[in-house]
Each structure stands twice: as structure tokens, then as C-alpha cells.
Write a new protein. Structure first.
Length: 265
């Protein structure tokens, strides 16, 4: 315990003891510690004043600093809010512009796709019509050519059926004819030449009875259903020879031959 505390404790005891004792104790204290107590009181007052002044200055300093910090934060917050609002407005405008551009691009692409679909459909329709027309034309041409070929084939077949001669039947017929006309050597030689496919104009040109022989040959060919063009070739080979021998002698024969050819045709 310090001296000051001991003195203060003694003083409290004296004051508790009574008013009379307090006065004496006060006197004793003033005698013993009067100067020290005054110094302490002066120091305490000075400390208290310094503490009060420092506290006021500290409060003022803290207030100014808080106000400065508050103003700084307020200004920074307002500036940041302004920047955020400006950036938000700018981004909103940019997003709106992008949205409009996307919508315009979407509409343009949609129109192009629609136009492309229409053009494709039109082109497909045109190609389909052209293909149908070409197919119809080709089918008509094929049918026409098929009909033409069929007609030509039928015509050729009819001609072949009409013009062809059975060689075996013709050989038998001419052999029988040669046997029947065996008395006439010249006619038999001509028939034999005809059967072998040789030229018999030399054999028939030397006989005076060529007219009767030619008529007999034509009748035999007609009876055997020999085609007219073959009979015409057989009879036509005799005419130049007959015309060379004289008009008076060959005219009846030529007339008879022509009449026979007309009957065959």
C-alpha cells in the first residue's frame, strides 16, 4: 500500500470517528501532507483536464475521420452506382440491339428459306412436268416405233410367206412335169434346168413349138401354185428370143405368154 493510500485511509477513519476527531485529523493531515495533497490535486486536475482535452480532440479527430471516410465511401458508392447504372443501361441497349439483330436475321433467314422452298418446289414441279412430258413423248415414240417395227415385221413375214417356195415340193413338181413332158426333149431340158437353178433360155429358144411349150409350162406352174414372180421370170426369158425371130411368127406366142402371165397374177 502506498503512502497516499495509507493517509487517505487514516483520514477516512478520522472522519468516521466523529466531527471532533475529523477536525483534528484534518489539522494533522494538513501539517503532515498538506503540500503533497495539493500537488496531487493539482496533478489530478491537470491530468483530468489533459484527458478531457485529449478526449475531445480524439472525438473531433475521429468524427472528422469518420465523416471523411463516410464521404469517401458515399462518393465511391455513388460513383460505382452511377457506373453500374451506365453499364447496365449500355448492356441493356446492347442486348436490345443484339435481340433486334437476331430477330431481323431470323426473319431474313426465314424469308430466304421460304423463298428457297418455293423455288425448289417450283423447280421440282417443272422438272416433274418435263420428265412426264419427256416420258410420255418417249413412250409414244417407243410405241410408234414398236408399231412400225411390228408392221414391218408382219409385212416382211407376209412377203416371205408369199414369196418363199418349198424346194422339195418344187423339185418333185418339176420332176413330175418333166416326166409328163418327156416326149418333148427341149421342154424336159428346160424343166431340168429350172429344177437345178440354171438358165434355160438357150434350151427353149431353138424350138418352133416354143409357144405351146411355154403355155404348157405356165399352166403347170399355175397349177402347182408357183409364185407369180417366179413364173414371170420363167416366161420373160423366152420373150427376147421370140421377138428376134420375127413379128409374124412371135406375136401370137408373146400374146399367149402375156395372157397366161395375167391369169397367173
Amino acid at each position: 500500500m502506498s503512502d497516499f493510500e495509507a493517509t487517505y485511509s487514516n483520514r477516512r477513519e478520522v472522519e468516521v470517528a466523529g466531527p471532533e476527531a475529523g477536525a483534528s485529523v484534518e489539522k494533522v493531515r494538513d501539517i503532515l501532507f498538506g503540500s503533497q495533497i495539493k500537488q496531487f490535486e493539482t496533478r489530478f486536475n491537470r491530468l483530468e483536464e489533459n484527458l478531457r482535452r485529449e478526449t475531445v480532440e480524439l472525438k473531433e479527430t475521429m468524427r472528422r475521420r469518420f465523416e471523411s471516410v463516410e464521404g469517401f465511401f458515399k462518393s465511391e458508392t455513388e460513383a460505382l452506382a452511377t457506373r453500374l447504372r451506365a453499364e447496365r443501361d449500355e448492356r441493356a441497349s446492347a442486348c436490345q440491339t443484339i435481340d433486334q439483330d437476331l430477330k431481323a436475321t431470323h426473319d431474313a433467314i426465314g424469308r430466304q428459306i421460304h423463298a428457297l422452298d418455293a423455288a425448289t418446289a417450283e423447280a421440282q414441279s417443272g422438272l416433274r412436268l418435263e420428265l412426264m412430258a419427256e416420258s410420255r413423248k418417249l413412250l409414244d415414240e417407243i410405241a410408234e416405233r414398236n408399231e412400225s417395227v411390228r408392221t414391218l415385221i408382219e409385212h416382211r413375214i407376209a412377203e416371205l410367206r408369199y414369196q418363199k417356195a418349198d424346194r422339195a415340193l418344187l423339185s418333185t413338181l418339176l420332176t413330175d412335169l418333166g416326166a409328163q413332158l418327156s416326149d418333148d426333149s427341149q421342154i424336159a431340158r428346160a424343166v431340168a434346168e429350172l429344177a437345178t437353178g440354171e438358165n434355160f433360155s438357150t434350151a427353149s429358144a431353138r424350138s418352133e413349138t416354143e409357144g405351146a411349150s411355154l403355155a404348157s409350162t405356165q399352166r403347170a406352174l399355175a397349177a402347182a401354185s408357183i409364185p407369180p414372180h417366179i413364173a414371170a421370170k420363167v416366161t420373160s426369158r423366152k420373150e427376147p428370143r421370140e421377138m428376134a425371130e420375127g413379128k409374124g411368127r412371135s406375136a401370137p406366142r408373146v400374146a399367149a405368154n402375156r395372157a397366161t402371165n395375167g391369169q397367173l397374177h
